[in-house]
Design a protein around this ligand. Structure first.
Ligand SMILES: [Zn+2]
Length: 270
């Protein structure tokens, strides 16, 4: 069901409770896993102040859900949940190490090493959307410049397409990919550039982690297999030879279900 975040925090939480109540009517729930946009304190289960959830500030969601349903609850960053889901039940099922990048409004990412989510010391790891591919590039909200999120997210694609075509018309990243497929030269250039920037970011990631598998998710990866292949080629050209030869690149198998499965898995690990 959609979040309907504009209805405000209390409405979202009460609908969340209703949804869990519906499930609890048919199943014996042992634990509840919650995937939520960051930043958050996953250990304490506190949603700090996610830009995607206006009005949410220091919400103790783990405690609220756990108390209400009298079961243990786990809270994890939604991109991490998607990575864990793909790792245990999707594209990464047979891989011991995996990196997931979801190209959406922003770029969400997850790192799974030896079958476990790498969350870092403070739980803020794997913000791979903020790998810089242009040190003098446009300023990112994170404080850095030229982050890959500014180029290879759906928002970044639309922004660059509008700039290139001097257009103010409503546009989605899917439109840009569709127009590129139909032979629109400007759209084609934007898609090729996007693959190029993404490939450069992947090369940095491969050099840092030498993962067995990279999984790309989000609407743009479904829009064109050629786009993913091109990013893969750039990565193989730019990353160090040994790791770039061995790493596999594929697209998400579970789509939107990855986050649900990963959140449930996080609860199972409690
Ligand atoms: Zn950034």
């Amino acid at each position: 069901m959609p979040t309907l975040r504009r209805q405000g925090r209390d409405r979202v939480i009460s609908r969340l409770f209703d949804a869990i109540k519906d499930i609890a009517a048919s199943y014996d729930i042992k634990a509840i896993g919650i995937g939520c946009p960051g930043p958050l304190d996953s250990k304490k289960g506190i949603v700090l102040s996610p830009p995607n959830l206006p009005g949410w500030r220091n919400v103790r969601i783990k405690e609220m859900v756990g108390k209400r349903f009298r079961v243990p609850a786990a809270v994890e960053n939604d991109a991490n949940c998607a990575g864990l889901g793909e790792s245990v039940a999707g594209a990464g099922k047979r891989a011991s190490s995996m990196v997931l990048l979801t190209l959406g409004t922003g770029i969400g990412s997850a790192i799974v090493l030896e079958g476990r989510l790498w969350t870092g010391k403070g739980g803020f790891a794997s913000e791979l959307g903020h790998v810089s591919v242009d040190i003098n590039g446009p300023r990112c909200e994170c404080g850095n410049r030229g982050c890959i999120e500014l180029y290879a997210s759906a928002t970044g694609v639309v922004r660059r397409m509008k700039k290139a075509s001097w257009s103010k018309a409503a546009l989605t990243a899917e439109d840009v990919f569709r127009n590129a497929g139909r032979g629109d030269k400007k759209a084609r250039k934007i898609v090729d550039e996007t693959a190029y920037y993404l490939g450069c970011a992947l090369a940095n990631i491969v050099n840092a982690l030498d993962p067995e598998l990279i999984v790309l998710a989000g609407g743009m990866t479904r829009a064109g297999r050629g786009f993913v292949r091109k990013a893969e080629q750039i990565m193989r050209k730019r990353a160090l030879r040994e790791s770039s030869r061995a790493v596999k690149v594929t697209v998400s198998k579970l789509g939107d279900d990855a986050g649900l499965i990963g959140a449930a898995w996080r609860a199972k690990e409690l």
